[in-house]
Design a protein around this ligand. Structure first.
Ligand SMILES: [Ca+2]
Length: 495
């Protein structure tokens, strides 16, 4: 029993690196603790100031700052305000044929993220691809992943489409996800980013195995993969006599004879009567009788002194003072300037538009999934915040294989981080949130049970090792095995 307890204690810090199972083109857990297989760019950026032109940002393979899984290493972007570029060749180039592409990796913004990217580039297989010279201009087939600056939260999915007519490449951007992405950048938890491209041109972008964006390469990219079949003729110009006036003044209308254009808009109200008590002889304002001429007033210099004007106190109780005037009212006979009425223009030709002509640049590519093969995965990033943690890169053409890798890597990490606490998915406002919560709880439970089972096995191994030559030792093994079996059944787990 004591050894079981001891094993439990030891096993709480055990970690098992994920192993790729099934067909894959790239799998990297960094758990060997080295950057073997990764190439640091030694290039310089063309269009940058000298002091920041070099790709000299630092990378390290290390555990997360507050790792809950000792031994679980990742690739960490270590420098602020520097260009970083690192890449690694795939096991073999990925060619787009009749199977999907699934790209998956984890990001943890350990120190938050002010302004910086954490996206991957899948580098196009070209004869001159040199990972030592990986720069921003290096050809990529797909760019995918999070990017944030200020309050602009992005989750890129961009692919470079080859124009079948000209052979030139053009970036096609997926529409912005509807989901609120902020949590993924701010909660300092490890999030799993997955891109799924299918041979039928459909795509999905997932975070933590929940779809946040989806669509079709033919209909949901900007600019569209295929240009319009017709365009407006740039050589067509509006004729000078083109009549775009929908309404005109009636040329046959005549001003009625009784139309008086001179009648004023307002007239004095002849029905008005001067109110009783109106003081015709009292002015509205009088000189202030209490005012006195200042002693230093010089009539030669200042002119004749006059008392300042104040409202006439005699008017305070009267309806008015001074000359009474009739109030003005609207003139019922007012007509104003005569204008002919508007009628439909019999010569109206509509709003002019240039004529349509066949688009000389037109082409139709119905299989944009068949992108240019890629042979390396790279991170080419600038960030104002360091400590971006990357882990468990995986590229495959089999969804189940990707899910298994995710379960063994991100799933374990998620459970260990305690992120199963309903958390990360609960405020992203997505349909799958409940599923995610259940899944996370399941992970937490399975992780705990797995830890226990591993402990049991360690214990059993120790016991059987001690009793190789002693059959009673086998009895101990059987008891522990039985306990393990019962425990597994109690928790209804397959592990
Ligand atoms: Ca790892």
């Amino acid at each position: 029993f004591c050894s079981v307890l001891w094993s439990l204690f030891v096993c709480q810090v055990m970690y098992k690196a994920p192993e790729p199972m099934g067909e894959h083109f790239f799998a990297e857990s960094f758990d060997r603790g080295t950057m073997d297989g990764w190439v640091l760019s030694r290039a310089k950026k063309d269009d940058a100031d000298e002091e920041i032109a070099k790709y000299d940002g630092k990378w390290a393979v290390e555990e997360m700052k507050d790792s809950k899984l000792p031994g679980d290493m990742g690739l960490v972007l270590k420098s602020r305000a520097k260009h970083h570029a690192i890449s690694s060749l795939l096991l073999r180039p990925f060619t787009f044929e009749d199977k999907p592409l699934i790209v998956q990796y984890e990001v943890n913004f350990q120190s938050g993220i002010d302004c910086g990217g954490a996206y991957v580039k899948l580098l196009t297989q070209t004869p001159d691809l040199d990972l030592n010279q990986f720069v921003d201009k290096t050809s990529y087939t797909i760019m995918f992943g999070p990017d944030k600056c200020g309050e602009d939260y992005k989750l890129h999915f961009i692919f470079r489409h080859k124009n079948p007519k000209t052979g030139e490449f053009e970036e096609k951007h997926a529409k912005k996800p509807d989901a609120d992405l902020r949590t993924y950048y701010t909660d300092k938890k490890t999030h799993l980013y997955t891109l799924v491209l299918n041979p039928d041109n459909s795509f999905e972008v997932l975070v933590d195995q929940t779809v946040v964006n989806s669509g079709n390469l033919l209909t949901d990219m900007t600019p569209p993969v295929n240009p319009p079949a017709e365009i407006e003729d740039p050589d067509d110009h509006k004729p000078e006599d083109w009549d775009e006036r929908a309404k005109i003044q009636d040329p046959d209308a005549v001003k009625p004879e009784d139309w008086d254009e001179d009648a004023p808009a307002q007239i004095a109200d002849e029905d008005a009567v001067k109110p009783d008590g109106w003081l015709d002889d009292e002015p509205e304002y009088i000189g202030d009788p209490e005012a006195a001429k200042p002693e230093d007033w010089d009539e030669d210099m200042d002119g004749e002194w006059e008392a300042p004007q104040i409202p006439n106190p005699a008017c305070e109780t009267a309806p008015g003072c001074g000359v009474w005037k009739r109030p003005m009212i609207d003139n019922p006979n007012y007509k104003g300037k005569w204008k002919p009425p508007m009628i439909d223009n019999p010569n109206y030709q509509g709003v002019w538009k240039p004529r349509k002509i066949p688009n000389p640049a037109f082409f139709e590519d119905l299989h944009p999934f068949k992108m240019t093969p890629f042979s390396a995965v790279g991170l080419e990033l600038w960030s104002m915040t360091s400590d971006i943690f990357f882990d468990n890169f995986f590229i495959t053409n089999d969804r189940n294989t990707a899910d298994r890798w995710a379960n063994d890597g991100w799933g374990l990490k998620k459970a260990a981080e305690g992120a199963a606490e309903v958390g990360s998915g609960s405020h992203i406002g997505l349909k799958g949130t409940e599923d995610l919560k259940i899944q996370n709880s399941e992970w937490e439970r399975r992780w705990n049970v797995n830890v226990f089972i591993v402990c049991m096995r360690v214990c059993v191994t120790a016991q059987s090792g001690l009793s190789d030559a002693d059959r009673p030792g086998r009895v101990t093994f059987t008891k522990l095995e039985k306990f393990s079996h019962v425990f597994r059944n109690r928790f209804n787990t397959k592990c």
